[in-house]
Ligand binder design. Sequence first.
Ligand code: AHG
Ligand code: MN
Ligand code: MN
Ligand code: MN
Length: 319
Amino acid sequence: MQTLTQVLKASTTPSALQDVLMTTTNTCIDICNALHKGSLAGILGVAGNENVQGEEQKKLDIISNDMLKTALLACPEVRAVASEEEDDIVPANTAGEYLIAFDPLDGSSNIDINAMVGTIFSIYHDTGSDAATEQSFLKPGTEQVAAGYVLYGPSCMLVLTTGQGVQMFTLDPEKNEFIQTQSKVEVPADTQEFAINMSNQRFWSAAMQTYVNDLVAGATGTREKDFNMRWVAAMVGDVHRILCRGGIFIYPWDSKSPNRAGKLRLMYEANPMAMLIEQSGGKAHTHSQRILDIQPEGIHQRVAVILGAANEVDKCLSY
Ligand code: AHG
Ligand code: MN
Ligand code: MN
Ligand code: MN
């Protein structure tokens, strides 16, 4: 059994990127420990502010954001950070060569019911003699050099790619270290399981409504097979299920979201998850294009997300 440190040391990952990954994942271990204290530490509930996304912030959104920001800004290899919970990018060390975009706590609505949440991160290489700006972050997802998430579930897991497949690690809480528990993750091309928030059905495109109706129709419908549905309400949990046993996850555009763009954020959610899914043999698209090819227009941009089993994503897009 190899530790994360050993796996990274044995890889071709540049040592500066290894430092950034260790800083990020060690901070996630601290977030995990804070989460485990729950009510005892007085960290549940709402903070009373709204973030730049127009969402009510939970105390833990702010605590996890502050923990990651503080740790990453102190890491000499970090050039700047961007976060779901920060209005603007935060420059760190101009000589640093890495930009990190993160969703410090994904699945905020699960916090108070003691259900799955996670931290999602996306890393880019970037250099320059001036401090990084928002423009520095506006690179398509194909340029990510690493992406991953830490899932705070019944066990704490790190799922990571540096562009050579996807590996899973499980936290050993006694040693406070991630241990590699799966070296090559593969998403099967076909599935009979889907994840979508059905309560939004009337706001979707007609084509998306027809596609989901056909899934629900099951063996007697045009798809000629029964489908099961699951919804964790934290993308990190739904994507983790897909990486473990396959499936399709959809957060489509809908007519009630701003600019009809859907809910999920390109830089903090869609791009890192798209890299993990593609690195596992799956596909990740909006209604019209590959997510990793999108040229971002702003750090908080939202996109529709259709990801998972390759043949099922193609089937959905065919509608
Ligand atoms: P966040 O907690 O970081 O704001 O993200 C929540 C997102 C995502 O994790 C999840 O897939 C989705 O919101 C759940 O949305 P519903 O409220 O439609 O269930
Ligand atoms: Mn949020
Ligand atoms: Mn999120
Ligand atoms: Mn979040």
